[in-house]
Design a binder for this molecule. Structure first.
Ligand code: 9D3
Length: 246
């Protein structure tokens, strides 16, 4: 899969693209990420990329010209190309959107800065606007990293030896059970006995129950409107009984 990132801050990205799971996928060539400095497409000696808003008001707006020229410079590979603008006004990014984007062969990400980009870029050259959540960032760069991370790891081969995507908590729609590793006793706290028992079926059920318990406690929204299997319904009843007793 190919990503093109259009940004005024290309230097943010290389460290993030060199480490961990993503770094390995980039080295192997499964992910191809290119950076385009929007400023290099600005005119004149000063390479101005922003300007005052028509109609007045605070803040600056990203000029359409440099972004348009930067987009034009990108060779569109494959027939499944999508151009995305990272903006607070966008559709909220989540795992379902990530799976949709994982189908694309080529994703072009435009990182907004300042108050935003000239509307004519959005109406004429953007297929999708994405936000990563309801909080204020300084620009689209960190959001673009989130999208590359979440989508990139869904591309076959990227996770390699590590656990498969379907084992991930958000794939299952529940929060994960607690994890423990050595030592058996840490600062007076023991690892739950059952995890040392070697009884894989009982461990599986215990983990599933912990998963449901946590989800009910911390993210009840994830359980709403969800069709649970027979085992999950039984475990939830046990959890509710336990809660009643206090
Ligand atoms: C202080 C300016 N804000 C007025 C209420 C508007 C605003 C404009 C531009 C707020 C943030 C930004 C920069 N943010 C992004 O470009 C951005 C973003 C975000 O802020 N939150 C969540 N997702 C994203 S994606 C891009």
């Amino acid at each position: 899969m190919r990503f093109d990132i259009l940004t005024l801050f290309p230097d943010f990205f290389p460290p993030f693209l060199e480490e961990g799971v993503l770094g390995r996928a980039v080295k192997k060539g499964i992910l191809n990420v290119r950076l385009t400095d929007i400023r290099s497409f600005a005119d004149g000696r000063h390479k101005v990329t922003d300007d005052r808003p028509y109609g007045g008001g605070n803040g600056m707006v990203m000029k359409p010209g440099p972004i348009y020229q930067a987009l034009k410079s990108i060779e569109r590979t494959g027939d499944d190309v999508i151009t995305i603008l990272l903006t607070p006004q966008g559709r909220k990014f989540n795992q379902a959107v990530a799976w949709d984007l994982a189908e694309k062969s080529h994703i072009i990400l435009i990182c907004g800065r300042y108050e935003g980009v000239d509307e004519r870029i959005i109406s004429g050259h953007v297929d999708l606007e994405l936000s990563i959540g309801d909080y204020v960032l300084s620009g689209g760069e960190t959001a673009a990293m989130v999208v590359v991370d979440a989508v990139g790891r869904l591309v076959p081969g990227v996770l390699g030896g590590e656990k498969s995507n379907t084992e991930d908590s958000f794939e299952d729609g529940l929060l994960e059970h607690p994890h423990f590793t050595r030592p058996r006793n840490f600062m007076g706290q023991d690892v739950p006995e059952i995890l040392l028992s070697g009884d894989h079926e009982r461990i599986r059920i215990w983990r599933r129950k912990e998963s449901l318990k946590r989800t009910l406690e911390k993210r009840p929204d994830l359980l709403k409107d969800r069709d649970l299997g027979e085992e999950d319904r039984r475990l939830l009843k046990e959890i509710e009984k336990l809660a009643e007793k206090g």
